[in-house]
Design a protein around this ligand. Structure first.
Ligand SMILES: Cc1ncc(COP(=O)(O)O)c(C=O)c1O
Length: 397
């Protein structure tokens, strides 16, 4: 199903190539194969030369994985997508495919810890320069752009403080300076149900599919989406040669299954997050709540313009700082103390010591991530049970 005329929920269920499925099974089968048989040498040669369609070897393509790639490209409204064995696999393969020695990258100051580590300590070892600026103000991008800027990188909403970046404003600023600059947006927190960065001006959309796309906490995976020609480079250079971060067919099957319920899950994640935010605003032991849906959120206007709703992720600071926050986390029982997000279970964590421990205390401060910040991924439980658990946790501080 390739038409964009149907609704999101319908596409999430029916999108993906039916011809990957010769026996007509309802779900795309798990093609648990490393390699694919050629009829003869002539055919093998033609497939390697790209002159004949067909599968060769699962690091280059696999029918179960291809069905997932097609469905996610449809949902993100891009020409193509490539799947990876992790979100970091997707992110690094995209960056390796764009930036070579001598290139310059502008990245937002607030990023998932390992993305920051790759940009700050990884790619800079290979002759690539990276400038970190606060992209919530496009004027900062304008000042950072250089003749050799090849890529602008951002997350919105950002992990872990829910900062929102005005995607069309950033894309317009960069592309006006140089239309060849590639704008890459990590859409993990929003998912294509809440926000579509490509039609808003981004060249590449990346995901940790470990999170909402799969939604059940049982797979590590990534996706990158963009124009077909660039995705060919990502597949045959970034994936095949530079990272080898290939997604397995079983994981693709699980994510295809998870995506079928993405719309209903996201609606419930948003409902629950809104109710938890309302509770936290009333809770006297809370210092500050971070949620893009709040009118007082500094980037609320941008969020309203580009997001359908404001998502299932929120963060807050407890009065008494880090020690009080840790006390709360240690006393929760229904909410699970674990990293990751976007699962059925409500997950809570402490970014400074967990997901963002790759930052020094000074870097955390520069990235606007307070040492006491608590991040919460609203699950799919009944909201009154989540709130009751938080209430008994706060009572113990
Ligand atoms: C926003 C964001 N991007 C990328 C990643 C990396 O994804 P993965 O853990 O699937 O490699 C994460 C992981 O937490 C994340 O939160």
């Amino acid at each position: 199903m390739k038409t964009a005329a149907t609704g999101f929920g319908t596409q999430a269920i029916h999108g993906g190539e039916r011809h990957q499925n010769p026996c007509g099974a309802l779900n795309v089968p798990i093609y648990q194969n490393a390699t694919f048989v050629f009829d003869n040498c002539h055919q093998g040669g033609k497939r390697f030369a790209g002159e004949e369609k067909g599968y060769i070897y699962s690091r280059l393509g696999n029918p179960s994985v291809a069905a997932l790639e097609e469905r996610v490209a449809l949902l993100e409204q891009t020409e193509a997508a490539v799947a990876f064995s992790s979100g970091m696999g997707a992110i690094t393969a995209v960056i390796w495919s764009i930036a070579a020695a001598g290139a310059h990258i502008v990245a937002d100051i607030t990023l998932y810890g390992c993305t920051f580590a790759f940009l700050e300590h990884g790619i800079t070892r290979y002759g690539v320069e990276v400038t970190f600026v606060d992209l919530s103000d496009p004027a900062n991008l304008q000042r950072a752009l250089r003749e050799n800027t090849a890529l602008v990188y951002m997350e919105t909403p950002a992990n872990p403080n829910l900062k929102v970046i005005d995607i069309p404003a950033i894309a317009a600023t960069a592309h006006k300076y140089n239309p060849k600059i590639m704008i890459v947006c990590d859409n993990t927190f929003a998912t294509p149900y809440l926000q579509r960065p490509a039609p808003l001006g981004c060249d590449v959309v990346v995901h940790s599919a470990t999170k909402y796309l799969n939604g059940h906490g049982d797979v590590i995976a990534g996706l990158a989406c963009g124009k077909a020609e660039f995705m060919q480079t990502v597949r045959f250079f970034g994936l095949k040669d530079m990272t080898g971060a290939v997604l397995g067919p079983f994981e693709a099957f699980l994510i295809l299954r998870g995506i079928k319920t993405l719309e209903v899950r996201m609606e419930r994640h948003c409902d629950n997050a809104e109710k938890i935010v309302e509770y936290l605003l009333r809770q006297p032991k809370v210092e500050r709540v971070y949620y893009p849906g709040l009118a007082e959120h500094p980037n609320h206007a941008a969020a309203q313009k580009q997001m359908r709703r404001f998502g299932g992720m929120l963060a807050f600071e407890v009065k008494g700082g880090r020690a009080a926050g840790e006390k709360l986390l240690d006393n929760l029982s229904l909410c699970v103390l674990a990293v990751s997000l976007g699962d059925a279970e409500t997950l809570v964590e402490h970014p400074a010591s967990m997901t963002h421990s790759t930052y020094t205390p000074e870097e955390l401060e520069a990235s606007c991530v307070p040492a006491g910040l608590v991040r919460l991924s609203a699950g799919l439980e009944n909201p009154e049970d989540i709130i009751a658990d938080l209430e008994q946790g706060f009572a113990k501080i």
